[in-house]
Design a protein around this ligand. Sequence first.
Ligand SMILES: [Zn+2]
Length: 327
Amino acid sequence: MNISEFTGYGDKMELLMRSVQAGRIVHALLFAGPRGSGKRTMAKLFARAMLCTGREPRPCGVCPACKRVLAGSHPDVRTLRPEKKTIGVDEIRDLIDYLALKPYEGGRHIAIIEQADKMTPPAQNALLKTLENPDGAAMFFLIAEDTGGLLPTIRSRCQTVRFRDLSVEDCAGVLVRRGIAPERAAALAGMAQGSVGRALELDADERFAALRGRVLQSLEALGDAASVSRAAALLEDDKGAEGDILDIMELWARDRMAVQAGAQPYQAGDRDRLGRGRIDGRALLKGVVEARKRLASNVAWPGVLENMYFDLINTENSGRTTLSWQR
Ligand SMILES: [Zn+2]
């Protein structure tokens, strides 16, 4: 995605980008606006544009620098976000120490502070000193939904860019460019009322809910050895979702153990279904741990899954666990 494609903001951002690239005006930008309106995406886009080593128009999206910013692994970009409820003074001091080092490769540091309004007043004061005496090599992006939590002195040091939710049509357009089918994009944009971030969350939620449904179906389809390939077939095509599938199974295993022990499961709404399950929680948990190891050593997913299922069936057939819960 390029700045000109950032619907609704293209011109303004391009102007800002040019002045930043030319070293004019700003060392700190404050991106303010509602959740899901594109603040974070824009900050990353700026970071890429500044560190990109590829061809114009920048960011090119394909050079090593662009890829590393996208992956969150560029050594010259540091992102702070509240680990608990606030960002404390120690975290800001760490950031300032880091900024005092010479940039590795990009020629400049980029510091992104998410939920900047969650900085404690001492943290903001520590940051203020750096904002007042910029050394030229660092660029700050502060991101906040509610700028009321920021000290006026911080706000006055930043150039503020206001974000708003897009129109439903523009939002749908952004989703389509992100690879979502047009009808689905329109529906999601409508439900999210123009918030791209919310629409993407809804998309992920729906996918996740569908995936979870299939994981549970698959586990419940497990019976004898003949059932393994049928049960595994429900999940074998989910390339890229292996981690999610195993996470879903792990939670299911833990809850199954809880129910088997007469305790309250996390997924309380599924209590009955958990109670009816045939799979032993402990055996499933062991299977998940094994499966992660096999995946990490590059065994193909269908093989990992079938292996796990055969192990589970064998545990079942060894009798002890099955009997213990049928009592
Ligand atoms: Zn690039």
